[in-house]
Design a binder for this molecule. Structure first.
Ligand SMILES: Nc1ncnc2c1ncn2[C@@H]1O[C@H](COP(=O)(O)OP(=O)(O)O)[C@@H](O)[C@H]1O
Ligand SMILES: [Mg+2]
Length: 255
């Protein structure tokens, strides 16, 4: 497929071809502004390519009804939204009539039972402004978990959470039956992936994390060569937080 935002804009993706098999755990990495969110939105059918076709579970997403799309995929963007209503409404609008016991089980599975208690339980009313960005993300993640969609797309959907919470949630989603596509906010996400897609503006490389380390200088730079990618990229001096993925930032050069 080929996609550009405007008729005279450079394409974000040109002649791009990707097959994500059912059950895959794919992590997308690349510099800020390279096209990761655009790709996530194209997969989800939120954006339409000018050329080519996106299919999810065999269904072309262009022209699919919102209900048909919701049955197949759920996309959590970087700034997750919560709407004014009860906690239950916020969690179950992709799967109405879900019994409370199922919500509670899922919350426990994701380590979010304490969050639900803090919000006042399933009957409590919430307004978006009452929640922190991290709390909104956790509500959205639980909502995605409960949705019937076999494909979950997380676009830096854990960026307001600490690395431990991010790891716990990503590992849970990797266990969820179906397919997981994660736009990475931290290098550690790539270490958990079955496959990693590197977008660098000219090419797209698809391989395992060790495979990309061996093949791609751009990837080594992105993850910090010499650290085996085990430590987060050290480019943002925010204490206690892993830095986001960002190519071209000051990284230790290879030994
Ligand atoms: N709504 C939009 N309108 C026009 N250009 C956009 C829009 N969203 C993103 N872009 C541009 O498309 C490119 C890819 O953006 P994006 O997919 O958000 O990158 P990433 O998620 O990798 O940071 C960037 O150059 C960005 O400025
Ligand atoms: Mg993005």
């Amino acid at each position: 497929m080929t996609f550009r935002y405007g008729p005279h804009a450079d394409p974000v993706l040109a002649g791009f071809d990707l097959d994500v098999p059912a059950g895959d755990h794919l992590v997308i990495v690349g510099a800020s502004g390279i096209g990761k969110s655009t790709l996530a939105a194209l997969i989800a059918g939120v954006l339409r390519p000018q050329a080519g076709t996106v299919r999810v579970g065999g269904l072309p997403v262009a022209g699919a009804s919102p209900a048909a799309l919701a049955d197949r995929r759920v996309l959590i963007p970087q700034e997750a939204y919560v709407f004014t209503g009860t906690v239950r409404e916020n969690l179950t609008y992709l799967c109405p009539d879900l019994p409370d016991a199922a919500i509670d089980r899922a919350a426990a599975r994701l380590g979010l039972a304490a969050l639900l208690a803090r919000l006042g339980g399933l009957d409590a009313h919430v307004r978006p402004v009452d929640l922190s960005a991290g709390e909104r993300q956790q509500v959205a993640l639980l909502r995605a978990w409960l949705s019937p969609a076999p494909l979950v797309i997380l676009d830096e959907a854990t960026c307001h959470l600490d690395p431990a919470a991010e790891a716990r949630l990503e590992e849970a989603f990797a266990d969820r039956p179906g397919t997981l596509v994660v736009v990475a906010h931290r290098v550690s996400s790539a270490l958990r992936a079955r496959r990693v897609l590197l977008l660098d503006g000219h090419t797209a490389l698809l391989d395992s994390h060790p495979g990309l380390l061996a093949r791609s200088a751009a990837y080594r730079e992105l993850v910090g060569y010499g650290e085996q990618g085990a430590t987060p990229v050290r480019s943002t001096p925010t204490p206690g937080r892993s830095a986001p993925l960002r190519a071209g930032s000051a990284l230790p050069s290879s030994p």
